[in-house]
Design a protein around this ligand. Structure first.
Ligand code: GDP
Length: 176
């Protein structure tokens, strides 16, 4: 059997946010460089693994997707356990998905040790290839007021996707 890649760090990152914002699509774009207009939201992905080299530091990154469970509001403490980073995703064409971020952040704080303060959080506005409803400045201000990083991306065109996950890994490595 093929030998596992050796690594220096093992990180767990979660992708959360409302249904249909493109969480699975972002994950598949980053790990498989694929995109599907007709992705089956009910199936989803549970998690994917990606090996990253950050200036000679070998990182095994496990990225977890809600696999549609957010529809039933059943994400629980076990999902959040041991997470080093959380990517909060909204859809720039769906204002609701932006306004619900407060709820998602509350859940992170509820289920993470130390009120989520030691978890790296990154806000992503996905689907920037479409006509936006949520202004960049509004999201940027929200992210800043909650001490998190902010990026915009498109799983469809690839724009910003790699940056999202590389940024999270970099911040986790930098985290004291
Ligand atoms: P999830 O429920 O958050 O995992 O969202 P999905 O990944 O299942 O995506 C929901 C729908 O949005 C699917 O039809 C995707 O093809 C589509 N989608 C995801 N990301 C993008 C994007 O960046 N641009 C566009 N135009 N569509 C996207």
């Amino acid at each position: 059997p093929p030998k596992e890649f050796p690594y220096d760090y093992l990180f767990k990152v979660l992708v959360i946010g409302d249904a249909s914002v493109g969480k699975s699509s972002m994950l598949l774009r980053f790990t498989d460089d694929s995109f599907d207009e007709h992705i089956q939201s009910t199936i989803g992905v549970d998690f994917k693994v990606k090996h990253i080299d950050m200036d000679g530091r070998r990182v095994k990154l496990t990225i977890w997707d809600t696999a549609g469970q957010e529809r039933f509001r059943t994400l629980t403490s076990s999902y959040y356990r041991g997470a080093h980073g959380v990517v909060l995703v909204y859809d720039v064409t769906q204002t609701d998905s932006f306004e619900n971020l407060e709820q998602w952040l509350k859940e992170v704080q509820l289920y993470s040790p130390n009120n989520g303060e030691s978890v790296i959080k990154l806000l992503v506005g996905n689907k920037i290839d479409l006509d936006r409803k949520v202004e960049r400045e509004r999201a940027d201000a929200w992210a800043r007021s909650h001490g998190m990083l902010f990026l915009e991306a498109s799983a469809k065109t690839k724009e910003g996707i790699r940056q999202v996950f590389m940024e999270v890994v970099q911040k986790i490595l930098d985290n004291p």
